[in-house]
Design a protein around this ligand. Structure first.
Ligand SMILES: Cc1cc2nc3c(=O)[nH]c(=O)nc-3n(C[C@H](O)[C@H](O)[C@H](O)COP(=O)(O)OP(=O)(O)OC[C@H]3O[C@@H](n4cnc5c(N)ncnc54)[C@H](O)[C@@H]3O)c2cc1C
Length: 472
């Protein structure tokens, strides 16, 4: 049987998962085009100063039926299993996460704790008389948890990750903060109700050799099923006829190449895909795609001449005095990622183009991270051996108040190309994790095998992706 040619743009986990599921059907001839010299995107690992490092804290977990089983099947004995230990720092205390009411009361003091209870009561009373849907992230959470909890945790968290919470769509809260309301939160605080597997991963997996083992395993499967991945490859043009992409013209290591294409799947940024598909020829589309907002990711790795530092897999820092939103020591995930007598802490945070953080020098960012770690008592200045700063543009989609109409316009325009599909976090402009990328790849492959039209698969996938939740 002749296999139908499929071209996939981008070899992060979004593109690789689609390639893996499609190649293993035996019905498609899969080629991935990756512009970077290496595969894996943000789920890849890289070598630095004797360590195998990830792009920030990555755990392997999924609440989507069947996805974790697929990943276990793929990775086998390479996966380690951990019982999750997370904490959050509030008011100078490190509190177990999920929170316990006794810890929270101790950290906040009785007055503050009482104020939270009163503001929750007020929110509950207002909820009884208000029928209107919340208009923003801020209103959604203040209504559910009361102003007190909102101001303590969710407001500073939003400022750190996405910017002004008043300008964020309520969907940002629904996807990112899955707890259904203050009543449920209090039941969980009192331990009268357990977190569900959809909101909290009690156990998770991690690949022994770093998270980059996952994209590598996917790439191996693609190759085993006759597919190929071209790295250092620049897509120059999509050649279209009769409303579909017929071939992709690219440049690989300086030489030209043309790939025939029955279907095109993209996991690259929508503005880049839009330009390839339409050039600047559609002003309304160009305006909508330019209006999609992203935050940039900054990772500061602090190298230490001590064997281990933290007890938790990661610790959250909603408070403004710390530049980072979270810290993570990868050696807790797998001791094999670095030398036994040294360790590294990764601090992650986000920022916007041109703001103070984006313009700050690497040395300045590292100094602010080290100062925060010292202040918390995690490290001593004299144990710091060095640092590495990585910046990554446009990785956090920002759901602003009119993102729904903008993304709808963008995807409806692109769906006019009858054999095009998008997948992944940036490709779909969807705030999601790697397990969701796996689910998207599986969903696309099943749709194409059934012979469904790509615009129909795309619409169904959008509805499915809207239900994804990030599990901490
Ligand atoms: C700090 C942090 C913590 C996270 N924690 C977790 C976690 O615990 N668990 C989890 O499952 N997920 C986690 N994630 C999310 C996970 O990293 C993403 O869901 C995943 O990496 C998205 O994959 P992707 O393929 O959509 O995008 P990317 O990883 O960005 O891959 C896109 C690929 O496309 C390539 N590309 C771009 N432009 C072009 C072009 N023009 N032509 C060809 N190729 C191109 C890029 O080089 C890249 O390789 C975390 C992310 C971050 C930043």
């Amino acid at each position: 049987m002749t296999r139908e040619p499929i071209v996939i743009l981008g070899a992060g986990v979004g593109g690789l998962a689609a390639g893996w599921f499609l190649a293993r059907t035996g019905r498609f001839d899969v080629t991935l085009i990756e512009s970077a010299p290496v595969i894996g995107g943000h789920c890849g690992s890289f070598l630095h100063d004797g360590f195998t490092l990830d792009h920030g804290p990555h755990k392997m977990y999924s609440a989507i039926p069947g996805v974790l089983e697929e990943l276990r099947g793929l990775m086998g004995a390479r996966l380690l299993t951990h019982r999750k230990r997370n904490r959050v720092r509030l008011n100078g205390y490190l509190l177990e996460y999920p929170l316990r009411i006794t810890n929270l009361a101790r950290a906040l003091g009785p007055r503050h704790f009482l104020r939270l209870g009163t503001s929750y009561g007020a929110a509950l009373a207002r909820g009884l008389v208000t029928r209107r849907e919340p208009a923003s992230y801020a209103e959604y959470l203040a209504r559910r948890f009361g102003r007190g909890v909102y101001e303590l945790v969710f407001e500073p968290l939003a400022w750190k990750v996405w910017g002004d919470p008043a300008g964020l769509h309520p969907e940002m809260a629904r996807t990112r903060i899955p707890s259904s309301g203050a009543a449920e939160l209090i039941l969980k605080l009192l331990r009268l109700k357990r977190e569900s597997s959809e909101t909290d991963a009690e156990f998770f997996h991690y690949p022994r050799g770093g998270f980059g083992d996952l994209p590598r395993a996917m790439a191996d499967e693609i190759a085993r099923h006759g597919g190929r991945i071209l790295v250092n490859a620049r897509t120059r043009q999509l050649e279209c006829a009769d409303g579909a992409v017929r071939s992709v013209r690219l440049e690989v290591n300086g030489g030209p190449l043309t790939l025939p294409c029955r279907y095109l799947i993209s996991s690259i940024p929508l503005p880049v895909l839009g330009k390839l598909a339409y050039g600047e020829g559609d002003p309304e589309f160009t305006r909508a795609v330019a209006g999609l907002r992203f935050r940039h990711l900054v990772l500061v790795y602090v190298f230490l001449r001590v064997a281990r530092v933290l007890e938790d897999h990661w610790i959250f820092f909603p408070e403004r005095e710390f530049i980072f939103g979270r810290i993570f020591e990868q050696k807790l995930m797998s001791p094999e990622i670095g030398p036994p007598d040294r360790t590294v802490i990764c601090c992650d945070f986000t920022c916007s183009e041109g703001d103070d953080i984006w313009r700050a020098s690497d040395d300045d960012l590292a100094a602010r991270c080290v100062a925060g770690l010292v202040k918390c008592g995690f490290i001593r200045q004299e144990d710091v051996q060095g640092h590495l700063v990585k910046r990554s543009r446009n990785f956090y989609p920002v759901y602003d108040l009119d993102y729904v109409s903008k993304i709808r316009l963008v995807s409806r325009s692109l769906q006019r190309v009858g054999n095009l599909l998008t997948t992944g976090r940036i490709g779909m402009y969807n705030y999601n994790n790697s397990d969701h990328c796996v689910d998207m790849g599986r969903f696309i492959a099943e749709g194409l095998v059934r012979g469904e039209a790509p615009p129909r698969i795309w619409e169904r996938l959008e509805r499915r992706a809207a239900t994804y939740k990030i599990v901490d």
